[in-house]
Ligand binder design. Structure first.
Ligand SMILES: [Zn+2]
Length: 195
């Protein structure tokens, strides 16, 4: 087994990793950091499980990208920008939104489904202080890669509405990116949200 050892940038304790993960978590001081571009502390939160959650529990990582969207021009046949309009509260051509980028290693179908569901309908949950004894899926996507994928998620979601999107010229500015671990349970049909 290949065990990776790094030191916590906060308390200097050794962190041992048995699996490949982009993020290193110190369970002594509850600090998470990455080493993609030097040592960087990662702002993160952990969602609490629903009391009704049944089955094996696991935390799934998401990069929650807080972005400003500004439409420059559009050519839309048969209506408005259906999905974007519903995210951008107030119905204007600009606004802020949370884009959820799945960060674990998923097949493309699951990636799209989860990104779409959570971005359309932001999850609501209580937070907990730490992971406890619940395992977490490793993070395969860096923070920078997640910010780059935010554009892709927005465009593919809007394009799912057939016939509405002809041309879209916009800017998407990433303001902030946070790591969010959401509770899931293993079921016969795969991992299911357990919020
Ligand atoms: Zn530490």
């Amino acid at each position: 087994m290949n065990v990776i050892q790094v030191k916590c940038p906060s308390c200097n304790s050794p962190i041992y990793m048995k699996q490949k993960d982009r993020l290193f978590y110190c369970d002594r001081c509850n600090v998470m950091h990455s080493r993609d571009e030097g040592v960087e502390r990662i702002d993160f939160e952990v969602g609490e499980f629903s009391p009704n959650a049944q089955g094996d529990r696991v935390f799934m990582p998401f990069w929650r990208v807080y972005a400003s969207f500004q439409l420059r021009s559009k050519s839309v046949e048969g209506g408005s920008l259906y999905k974007l309009a519903s995210w951008l509260k107030g119905g204007g051509d600009s606004g802020n939104l949370f884009i959820y980028i799945p960060a674990s290693d998923l097949d493309p179908g699951s990636f799209r489904r989860l990104a779409s569901q959570l971005t359309m309908s932001n999850p609501r949950y209580a937070t907990r202080l730490n992971f406890g004894s619940v395992p977490r899926l490793p993070v395969a996507l860096s923070k920078k890669e997640a910010a780059e994928l935010a554009d892709f998620v927005v465009v593919t979601m809007e394009a799912e509405q057939p016939g509405t999107l002809q041309q879209l010229d916009y800017t998407l500015t990433v303001n902030d990116t946070k790591m969010v671990y959401l509770p899931f349970v293993r079921s016969a049909s795969g991992l299911m949200p357990a919020l």
